[in-house]
Design a binder for this molecule. Structure first.
Ligand code: SAH
Length: 406
């Protein structure tokens, strides 16, 4: 995956990478659809932040009667449908409270081109014939009162025409690093190049993740995260309508030093599991193969996030907070060790399985996640008690002056 060539090959590399990074599609046992209950629970716990973000918006006078919402990094599960339903319902009520008709809503579901949009589109509830508020509320979950469209592309670049989106939402996606190279402005690497370069002090030897890694590796990840978030905000600043709002949730961490995670930290736990397993499949898997694999995820601390929003300057901060997200494991019988083991393995697989498989092949990937399941089952009780997610929750509005409808 190293950047070695210029010209046409860059395009090939970019396409290959964009196809690789995706949550597991389909509807099977290890799919994102069947393994995103934790995200669903965390999203529900944060609904009041989303609703407060929308309520803070000065409703625009809609000359064309259209209101556009975009969900970035929507994936192919039901979470995005749930959240988009909430946004549309809440904004409808806001217009009704001002005595205005409900606008026609257009919802854009956006993710990388390799996302399983087919599954997502099949899950879309049927469309309401009229968009009156009463019907909209009566129909609640079973029907949708918006027009839906899919938008393929990376949210680190432009996705929409200028001044076209009123509300942006992005949940549990921005911790995925881009594949952008600051040198060429095109997608090349998923993790900073230094992390996979053996000659660099940032080379991530013996690990597959930033957490627990050396200070140099952590600095490279942080730099990439901040550059990515800057690109994200810059693109949204152009695409957002005057007075628009944005609600963002991504993985975060509490300690300042990303390499200094406490024993109870979920990510550190996952690293331990993953690296131990890589050692165990040693012989089957060369250590270099392991060291050249790095999960392109960075859990920022609040300050790192805030620095970027302030430096980029297009958005004012309504709220920026670190929230304890609870356990990433959702199981019916917490005392059943094998169920806990399976839940952990399936959840890791739904998120990172596509990347792992592309790196070490299907057979070894099967082996790795099988071992992860057994190991997790042995530590089921500690995992249930200790694994904990932290999230960064951000409510931002465009800092340009707005024209209220009231
Ligand atoms: N928002 C959903 C899904 C989160 S999973 C939920 O709350 O459940 C994270 C999603 O981010 C994945 O579908 C992944 O493909 C997407 N993603 C990661 N990097 C991306 C990028 N650069 N551009 C667009 N989507 C990206």
């Amino acid at each position: 995956m190293a950047m070695t060539v210029k010209g046409e090959n860059l395009v090939v590399t970019k396409l290959k990478l964009e196809r690789m990074l995706s949550m597991k599609g389909g509807k099977g046992e290890t799919s994102y659809l069947k393994n995103s209950q934790a995200q669903a629970r965390h999203a529900r716990a944060m609904l009041h932040f989303l609703e407060a973000t929308l309520s803070a918006m000065k409703l625009p006078l809609l000359e064309d009667g259209r209101f556009a919402v975009a969900d970035l990094g929507c994936s192919c599960g039901t979470n995005t449908l749930f959240l988009m339903g909430i946004v549309v319902e809440h904004v409808s009520k806001m217009y009704a409270a001002l005595g205005h008709d409900s606008p026609e809503f257009q919802v854009f579901f956006s993710d990388l081109p390799c996302n399983d949009f087919n599954v997502l589109f099949q899950l879309l509830p049927p469309q309401l014939s009229s968009s009156s508020l009463e019907q909209c509320l009566a129909a609640a979950e079973e029907q949708r009162s918006y027009y839906a469209a899919g938008v393929p592309g990376s949210f680190y670049g432009r996705l929409f025409p200028s001044r076209s989106i009123n509300v942006f939402n992005s949940t549990f996606s921005l911790h995925w690093l881009s594949q952008e190279s600051p040198l060429f402005g095109v997608a090349l690497e998923q993790v900073p190049e230094r992390v996979t370069d053996k000659r660099s002090p940032a080379y991530n030897r013996g690990r597959v993740f930033v957490h627990g890694a050396s200070a140099d590796t952590a600095a490279a990840y942080k730099q990439q995260f901040q550059a990515d978030l800057t690109s994200f905000l810059r693109a949204r600043a152009v695409e957002m309508t005057v007075g628009g709002v944005m609600f963002l949730v991504c993985l975060g961490r509490t300690p300042i030093d990303p390499a200094d995670q406490g024993g109870a930290d979920a990510w550190n736990d996952l690293v331990e599991e993953a690296s131990t397993h890589s050692h165990r499949v040693h012989g089957l898997l060369e250590s270099e193969k392991r060291d050249s694999f790095n999960i392109p995820v960075y859990a920022a601390c609040l300050r790192e996030f805030e620095e970027v929003v302030k430096a980029e300057g297009s958005f004012s901060i309504n709220k920026l907070q670190a929230v304890k997200g609870g356990s990433p494991l959702v199981v019916n019988h917490p005392e059943d060790a094998s169920e806990v083991g399976r839940a952990l393995a399936n959840s890791c697989r739904s998120v990172a399985g596509v990347l792992v498989e592309a790196h070490i092949g299907e057979r070894l990937s099967e082996e790795l996640f099988g071992r992860l399941e057994l190991r997790a089952a042995r530590h089921a009780r500690e995992l249930m008690e200790q694994m904990q997610f932290f999230h960064i929750v951000a409510s931002l509005s465009s800092s340009l002056p707005s024209h209220p409808a009231s």
